[in-house]
Design a protein around this ligand. Sequence first.
Ligand code: ADP
Length: 197
Amino acid sequence: RRPDFADSAYRTFLDNPGARDIEPNDAINDKIALWQGDITTLEVDAIVNAANESLLGGGGVDGAIHSAAGHGLYQECKTLDGCKTGSAKLTGGHDLPAKHIIHAVGPIGYKPKLLGSCYWKSLQICDEHNLKEVAFCCISTGIFGFPNDAAAQIAMANVRQYLERPDTQIERVLFVMFLEKDKHIYREHIGRFFPPV
Ligand code: ADP
């Protein structure tokens, strides 16, 4: 099949996020923030969990979210029938200050397209449910072993590309770094994906 132009442009951007000049856009920059700390404490419309295909809880941020959200989250997750790698599903926030949780299943190891689609799908879920403020953890970069630097660039490339959609209602995207090394990586790259005007 011949890919159409939009498709191939998007793929080039994803495969090689640094290859394209990214135009400054103040309106998009105003929507972006970096935040270091525990994602379970954030009072936002949605936090994005780094889940596994079972959606029934795990280690790392998934474990932290399930402990903080309480047993009601586990009960709700049991009704979801799992989730495919590269996709995401929505639940309530239960005992969390966040209203909702988007459970994204990142790839195990270096699979850039599947990681990109976790971010893209999570943002689509936000628009489908009118969620305007969303916080992402660094999906796949813990137990799942995706290289941190590439993961950060894929995260920012996808968010930048998604926020260019004229129909998005998203007002704020937070990249949440838990580790010092991710903070340095995000700071190093953010100016390229969200260049100041
Ligand atoms: P994965 O299995 O997708 O790799 P992990 O939970 O092991 O998921 O790691 C994903 C990221 O979440 C890592 O950057 C890790 O440092 C971070 N993390 C762990 N606990 C928290 C937390 N409470 N809040 C935010 N990020 C966290």
